[in-house]
Design a binder for this molecule. Structure first.
Ligand SMILES: *Cc1c(COP(=O)(O)O)cnc(C)c1O
Length: 417
């Protein structure tokens, strides 16, 4: 593991998180290059039995250094906007290994993606097929497409991160998959290459993946009868991680659960993992700023807040919060770890049994996915800095935002003389 205690102090690889907090200040995101690498390779090796391409879900962590580490290992990328496409290119990612997901691709995004030659557009509607057809025709090129089908299976995860039910906004509903493929086949500048399915995030069992794959398998067989053959299947992302006491499948268990079906299909396999690669490759360091014990609850006000890490507020996500250097002889209490933002929903954790003093450094674990990327400037707070550890070296990979930068793009009305 890349985050371990050495003489009691939490380290990222060989670097003390206490020293890192001192050097770079807090709040601070700290990523481990070794952890990112390990998680990627675990997945890669688990799918060794078949021709495959891992496309890291950029939305889970889009820092250029993170993307570049993965690109060098051979990763492709799953993007959802033109902004993410530009980031991947800036991080030296291979455009030929990019799949473009998302249900609202703009004409400009599609044009750029066609120009750089991405692997595939994962299409979610009729209207989007028309739009891609139009742009491809204008550029006099062929667009590789796959349909994101909605298999209508329950991912058994939080409703906000469940995407594979028919009431969700994602994917082509199973009852119109064939007509949509047939329609796509009539569009001259579209090249049907695959089928795609992503049913949700933080899945902790293999069954929903296997069920979804079974549905897709049937669809592929029926498509063949309609004369539509495809070259790849994209199994999406969604593999869960440990935040508390979950027991998600390992990469090998995940791969092996689908192995018989995938081998039978014999198609190239794309996958779009985000969280399972980045979540436990990062922590958020925060300093205890003030302690506010009351007769009802004890509040520890820390220098990170919901603008830095919104998962607890948005999804009621439980994230472990641990002292970087625990006290030896200080009584523990139940603390609510809260930010200084003017919202009751601004907390990182509640009822945590901790012994705390002002200026202690805490680490929020599992913060490498959907952490910094979802941060904002609410309450005019500059966003946190990000660093990456590699062995005994620490590199600054994103500067802390200055306050002046927050209004650098704002303008006053013309002033009266
Ligand atoms: C969010 C998302 C992913 C990544 O999900 P994880 O749970 O982070 O693995 C992959 N594909 C699509 C289409 C997504 O929307």
């Amino acid at each position: 593991m890349s985050f371990t205690r050495q003489q009691g102090t939490l380290h990222a690889e060989n670097c003390s998180l206490e020293q890192i907090a001192q050097q770079f200040s807090t709040p601070l995101y700290v990523y481990s290059k070794a952890a990112l690498t390990q998680h990627y390779l675990d997945m890669h090796q688990a799918f060794e039995f078949i021709d495959h391409q891992i496309c890291f879900a950029v939305k889970s962590n889009s820092n250029l250094a993170v993307l570049n580490v993965l690109a060098k290992l051979g990763a492709g990328f799953d993007i959802v906007t033109g902004g993410e496409l530009a980031r991947v290119l800036a991080a030296d990612g291979d455009p030929a290994k990019i799949v473009f997901s998302g249900l609202g691709k703009t004409e400009a995004d599609i044009e750029k993606a066609l120009q750089v030659g991405i692997a595939c557009f994962n299409v979610e509607s009729h209207a989007e097929l028309d739009r891609i057809q139009n742009v491809a025709a204008r550029l006099n090129t062929q667009a590789p497409i796959s349909l994101r089908v909605n298999p209508d299976v329950d991912a058994k995860t939080h409703p906000y991160i469940s995407t594979g039910l028919k009431e969700n906004k994602f994917g082509i509903p199973s009852d119109s998959v064939f007509s949509t493929y047939q329609y796509a086949a009539t569009l001259p500048n579209l090249n049907i290459v695959g089928i795609d399915c992503h049913i949700g995030s933080q899945l902790t069992e293999t069954k929903p993946f296997v069920d979804a794959l079974a549905r897709v398998e049937l669809m592929i067989a029926e498509l063949k009868q309609l004369g539509i053959t495809i070259q790849h299947i994209d199994i999406g992302g969604g593999l869960g991680v440990v935040y508390k006491d979950e027991t998600p499948p390992s990469a090998v268990e995940y791969a092996n659960a689908m192995r018989p079906q995938l081998e039978k299909l014999g198609l190239k396999v794309y996958m779009e993992p985000g969280r399972s690669i980045s979540a436990n490759a990062g922590v958020l360091l925060t300093k205890v700023d003030l302690l506010k014990p009351t007769n009802h609850r004890n509040f520890a006000i820390v220098d990170a807040a919901m603008n830095d890490l919104i998962r607890p507020s948005l999804y009621d996500a439980w994230m472990d919060i641990v002292p970087v250097k625990p006290h030896q002889d200080l009584e523990t209490k139940q603390w609510d770890i809260v930010g200084a933002i003017c919202e009751t929903g601004d907390f990182l954790g509640k009822d945590r049994e901790l012994s705390l003093q002002q200026n202690d450094i805490l680490a929020v674990l599992g913060a490498g996915a959907y952490g910094f990327v979802m941060s904002s400037n609410y309450n005019s707070r500059g966003r946190a800095a990000e660093v990456m550890v590699d062995g005994d070296q620490v590199y600054l990979i994103r500067d802390r935002e200055t306050i002046e930068s927050l209004w650098a793009n704002e303008h006053l009305l013309p002033q009266e003389a």
